[in-house]
Design a binder for this molecule. Sequence first.
Ligand SMILES: [Zn+2]
Length: 269
Amino acid sequence: MNTLMKRLAVILLFVSFTFASIDLFAWGLKGHDVIACIAEHHLTEKAKENIDKILGGKSMIYYSSWIDNVQNSPYWINGYDRTNTWHYFNVDEGFTPQTMPRNPKGDVVSALNMIIDSLGNYQNELSDSVKIDYLRMLIHFVGDMHCPMHVGHLSDKGGHGVRIKWFGQNTNLHTLWDTKLVESVHAWSYTEWQQNLDRCTQEEFDEMSAGTPEDWLIETWHITVGIYEYTKPEENYSYKYMYDYAPVVERQFLVAGYRLAALLNKIFG
Ligand SMILES: [Zn+2]
C-alpha cells in the first residue's frame, strides 16, 4: 500500500465513522458547506445585508447543516421532527416524480415551496425565530435536492439498502453519494471547492439558476436513474467510478449554489 492509498484508507475510515450516524439525511457536511459558500459569493449587497441581520452575523456556511443536527438531537421535541421527510423525494422504479405518490408528511419540493412562499413575506408575517429557521432550512434543502440519492427509490430507502464496496470497504449507495464520493474526488476545503468550481460568466449563472424546485428535482432524478443503472449491488467501486462521476458531483454543487443564490436574491435582494 503506497502512502496515498494509506491516507485515503484513513480518510475513508474516519469519514465512515464520523458520518455513520447522520448520513440518513444529507449531502455530508462538506457538500452543504460548498453549496452555501458558492451561494454567498453571488448574493446582491442588499440580500447579503438582510440575510446577515436574520442570521445574527453568522455565515450561511455556519448554518448549512444546522437542520440535520437539531432534528437528530433531543431538541427534536421542539417540533423539528416534522422536518424529517423534508430532505428528500423518493421516486421508485417505474415511476416519475410526477407519478410517484407524494409522502403525506411532506418532501423536499413541498417543503421548499412552503418556505419560499413564507419567506416571501418575511418582513410582515414571520416571527424572528421562524424567519431564521426557514432561512437555515432553505440553505440546506436546496442542497439536498441536488443530491441524487435524495431522489432515490423508496423501496431501498434512498439507496441505503443497496450494499456496495468503495475501495474495498463495505458501504451503501446512499452513503457513497452523500459523503464518500465527495471526499474522494477532491481533498479540498469548502473555499477551495468554491474557487475551483465557481468560474462561470453571468450568462452561465443565469442559465444554470433558472427554473423552479420542481424542475431541479426532475433534473436530479434523471441523474439518479442513471446511477441506479450504473451501480450494481455488491460490486466494488473505486477510481473508474470516481472518474465517471466527479463531474456530476461538481456540477450538482455548482448549480445548487447558483440556484440557492438566485432564490435568496429574489427573496431578500
Ligand atoms: Zn438534509
